[in-house]
Design a protein around this ligand. Structure first.
Ligand SMILES: Nc1ncnc2c1ncn2[C@@H]1O[C@H](COP(=O)(O)OP(=O)(O)OP(=O)(O)O)[C@@H](O)[C@H]1O
Length: 215
């Protein structure tokens, strides 16, 4: 089977139309690759991840995932594609403080229309693999920033997404936890997924297949 393709063409975006942050940007990503998205602080790495992850709409340009212009979909279609095909690890983990860790990991079952019960064993397996299974019944307020990051990765991986987008996934981690996150991310890419990671972490960059710099 051909590798998954994500092709970005003539992409333009600004939070206001006077100030474009992403200008005529283009790039090709392929399944099985782990790509580091680098560049100075404030340059637009998170913004680009939000565009690629269908959380923001381009001002103009194309975002083609396996031949479909996903950037041009309407809100409902974008939400459906996100649930089916994308996993996102936000910079601040973005866990719901009112629900347990396990419930947070299982959150996407709701949008994907799959059974919570059926996915619970895999959710627990992921928590175990990243060394946070003892926290499954805790609330996010009772865990550390580094644990929250690993839990956010478990949530993103639960749906085995075709495209995994991570914003500084090792920002709060010690070396051992960072290594386990990197190997989890690399294993996921090996299954055929496209992985794009916005980061300033040189250790993480060294474990990516290549870098794309926003200059
Ligand atoms: N919601 C928003 N509304 C308006 N401007 C925004 C918004 N989010 C980000 N920006 C601005 O867009 C620019 C790019 O921000 P972004 O967070 O994408 O950069 P970054 O490269 O990821 O930075 P960092 O490395 O510090 O995380 C910055 O000037 C930022 O202030």
């Amino acid at each position: 089977m051909d590798a998954l393709q994500l092709a970005v063409r003539d992409l333009n975006f600004g939070y206001t139309s006077q100030d474009l942050i992403i200008r005529d940007w283009e790039h090709d990503f392929e399944g099985k690759e782990v790509v580091a998205l680098t560049g100075p602080s404030g340059r637009g790495k998170s913004t680009l991840l939000y565009l690629l992850g269908l959380m923001l709409s381009p001002l103009s340009g194309h975002i083609m995932l396996d031949g479909e212009n996903v950037g041009a979909l309407n809100d409902a279609e974008r939400a459906a594609r996100r649930a089916q095909k994308y996993g996102f690890v936000f910079q601040d983990s973005a866990l719901d403080p009112t629900r347990t860790v396990l419930d947070n990991v299982l959150e996407t079952t709701l949008y994907r229309g799959v059974s919570r019960e059926e996915q619970t064993p895999r959710a627990l397996e992921l928590l175990d693999a990243f060394g946070v299974s003892l926290r499954a019944t805790h609330k996010p307020g009772q865990i550390s920033g580094g644990q929250a990051q690993r839990i956010a990765l478990c949530r993103a991986l639960l749906s085995t997404p075709q495209v995994l987008l991570c914003d500084e996934p090792t920002g709060n981690l010690d070396a051992a936890s960072a290594s386990s996150v990197i190997s989890g991310i690399r294993d996921h890419a090996a299954s055929g997924a496209i992985v794009i990671i916005a980061t300033h972490d040189p250790f993480l960059m060294d474990h990516c297949d290549r870098r794309v710099e926003l200059t």
